[in-house]
Design a binder for this molecule. Structure first.
Ligand code: ATP
Length: 373
């Protein structure tokens, strides 16, 4: 097992119009056996970070350490990490069995031929690909190829697993099955892992901890629950959760022991102590609330919590998803999105009144986009 650390790591590339800062002063620690997911939009620096951990890319500044030992100068093949890629990267001329055993045969690990065969058989059984050992990759389905790629990583029992969008080429159903399997395998083997994805749902289900990157800069490194419930800033809040968070411009004024917050022509009060440190002169804010936290007044659904702002609207679009529906409603200042279970009670064109408990409303400083409540 290995404790992984990145210390002030920056990576610059030469671009056609100057420097590209792919990763900017990134510091992260991942404990022994933990599963880190690097999450963020396309181009935010996830793959570059993973490649620096694996030794395929050298940091321009800063250090990568395994168990406190700097590995910047250690070549990829000597880092004892196993990587699984989106395109599987299997050797086409080798059978599945040979693909699985190749890494072990190449290494100077003192294993005899029959011990390697045993290990390959064990892993093949674990991944339920025992009957494919004599086949060539070209005759396998996408899911089977990805199992072989996983098997090749597992068979070596490396210090670290590194995954780069390993499920991106699989269909939706298979992605779900495989992500559960990867999660189970990783916790059973207890091998420290870093996993790149831009898919927030995948990140939430598989990760012990998530690092969200934007423009090469770390936005938040936290448990999935804290990323969802206590986003550091507007970027994180908008990047996680589905459907997207409702966002409105608002203002905030002090009123004795509480703040009065206004948005979309409505106002509500929040006790001072619910706010983190607020700069003296903050008055322009951005208000956010999740579609799951918005309730229809007439309904008894979710009517716990304090009285919040009441918002009259007109239902525009109802998108049924089975047990619930995504409902878009129009107000003068924009559109409200909510997820409702009792959507059969309403129709497109109906007037509808929504409410939201103040404790479910996020307030961000408009300028810095930092969360203040
Ligand atoms: P994606 O999800 O699209 O794969 P990513 O978050 O993994 O994106 P990176 O591939 O790490 O992002 O790229 C980060 C930035 O660095 C991008 O602007 C990219 O164009 C740039 N970049 C990456 N590799 C190189 C390279 N070898 N040379 C020049 N620029 C590069």
């Amino acid at each position: 097992m290995t404790r992984l650390e990145l210390e002030h790591v920056t990576k610059r590339f030469d671009g056609p119009s100057g420097d590209i800062v792919a990763v900017n002063d990134l510091s992260l620690e991942v404990d022994d056996g933990d599963f880190l997911v690097l999450l963020g939009p396309s181009g935010c620096g996830k793959t570059t970070t993973l490649r620096m951990i694996g030794g395929l890319e050298e940091p321009t500044e800063g250090d990568v350490t395994f168990d406190g030992v700097r590995v910047n100068d250690v070549k990829a093949r000597n880092r004892d990490v196993a990587m699984v890629f989106q395109d599987f990267a299997l050797y086409p001329h080798m059978t599945v069995g040979e693909n699985l055993g190749f890494g072990l045969k190449r290494e100077d690990n003192g294993l005899a031929e029959n011990e390697i065969d045993e290990r390959v058989a064990e892993v093949a059984e674990m991944l339920e690909i025992g009957d494919l050992l004599d086949k060539k990759p070209s005759s396998l389905s996408g899911g089977q190829k990805q199992r072989v790629a996983l098997g090749r990583a597992i068979v070596r029992e490396p210090r670290l697993f590194l995954f780069d969008e390993p499920l991106a080429n699989l269909d939706a159903q298979l992605r779900k099955t495989m992500r559960t399997e990867i999660d189970e395998l990783q916790s059973r083997m207890g091998i420290t892992s870093a996993y790149v994805t831009h898919n927030q749902e995948e990140a939430m289900t598989i990760a012990d901890e998530i690092a969200i990157l934007n423009d090469g800069t770390l936005q938040q490194h936290d448990t999935p629950a804290r990323i969802f419930n206590s986003p550091n800033n507007l970027f994180v809040a908008q990047f996680v959760g589905s459907p997207d968070m409702n966002i409105f411009d608002g203002t905030m004024t002090e009123e004795g022991e509480r703040y009065r917050v206004e948005f979309a022509g409505r106002s509500f009060h929040v006790p001072r102590d619910l706010f983190e440190d607020v700069a003296e002169d903050v008055s322009d804010v951005t208000i956010g609330f999740r579609p799951q936290d918005l309730f229809r007044e007439a309904s008894t659904e979710g009517r716990q919590g304090h009285a919040g702002p009441v918002i009259d609207s007109e239902i525009r679009v109802i998108e049924p998803l089975g047990t619930d529906a995504i409902v878009h409603a129009e107000i003068d200042e924009g559109t409200l999105t909510s997820t409702l279970t009792r959507f059969h009670e309403i129709d497109e064109g109906d007037a509808a009144t929504f409410t939201i408990a103040p404790e479910h409303i996020y307030v961000f400083e408009r300028d810095t986009e930092r969360l203040i409540k």
